[in-house]
Design a protein around this ligand. Structure first.
Ligand code: UDP
Ligand code: MG
Length: 251
């Protein structure tokens, strides 16, 4: 247990060399928290940044009560940062937004309005503000992934999501996992809703992904997913006595 257990929602922000975005994270997420539909905190995950991100993050946490951080000793990749946030969050819900704020924190409330009815509510980037080339890469990758996995995700890479923590915790971790969250949650029969959200260009810092790490790895991962689907274990306990005679197995 940690301080995030005092909230209903922990918003995870993966940070890898995003020093130029830290001031906006403090300002924009700080402005959102007071009117979040679920009582929320921010958990920044430093993915082994080599710029000033970590010290700026420490400053934010010392000035703001509802901001927390954890830091990796080295760069482990976005999936690992996301998974660490999920593992350390003790609130019923986890949220996710990128550090470059290409999506608007205010739109969390659009997703939160549906949370509860659904186990994951995720954005669809309306009027996506990335280059035509990047959108084309996404289109090809998304189309192939949907064919291979049978998932219903219209925009799996959208950096605005809320997920029931207990389900997010059961998602197997591997590099590239963040692109398969929807498909992996479907293995648990998760109820998923997708809602259009606003999207903006990156205004500070640089993108961490290139053509090769956006297409080649994910292409292979589709095969790994199909294998995993045939092997995935999702047991449901129907009774037990872990509470000393109470027949509900501690759940
Ligand atoms: N990121 C990370 N570790 C990495 C690469 C990226 O934590 O190894 C974070 C990054 O700081 C950002 C998010 O993942 O918050 C998405 O990265 P980016 O905006 O570069 O991706 P794009 O929008 O270009 O797909
Ligand atoms: Mg981005």
């Amino acid at each position: 247990m940690n301080k995030t257990s005092e909230y209903e929602l922990t918003i995870i922000v993966p940070v890898y060399n995003e020093a130029d975005n830290m001031a906006q994270i403090e300002k924009r997420l700080g402005a959102f928290l007071p009117h979040s539909l679920k009582r929320a905190c921010v958990l920044m995950v430093d993915d082994g940044s080599t710029d000033d991100s970590l010290s700026l993050m420490r400053g934010i946490c010392s000035r703001n009560r509802d901001f927390y951080h954890i830091s990796f000793s080295r760069n482990n990749g976005l999936s690992a940062a996301m998974k660490a946030g999920i593992d350390f969050a003790c609130s019923e819900w986890v949220g996710y937004i990128d550090a470059d704020l290409q999506t608007d924190p205010e739109d969390f409330n659009l997703l939160l309005a549906k949370a509860g009815e659904y186990d994951m509510v995720t954005g669809i980037r309306a009027n996506r503000k990335d280059s035509g080339f990047k959108k084309l890469q996404s289109k090809i990758a998304n189309g192939f992934r949907r064919k291979m996995t049978g998932d219903v995700m219209k925009d799996t890479g959208c950096p605005l999501k809320v997920i029931r923590t207990s389900m997010a915790r059961k998602v197997p971790i591997f590099t590239g996992m963040h692109r398969f969250l929807g498909a992996l949650l479907m293995l648990q029969d998760a109820r998923i809703e997708q809602i259009p959200v606003r999207h903006y260009p990156r205004v500070a810092g640089v993108s961490k992904f290139s053509l090769s790490n956006r297409l080649v790895g994910p292409f292979m991962d589709c095969f790994a997913y199909r294998w995993m689907r045939t092997r995935y274990i999702d047991y449901k306990v129907s009774s037990g006595d872990l509470n000393g005679g109470n027949d509900n197995a501690g759940k």
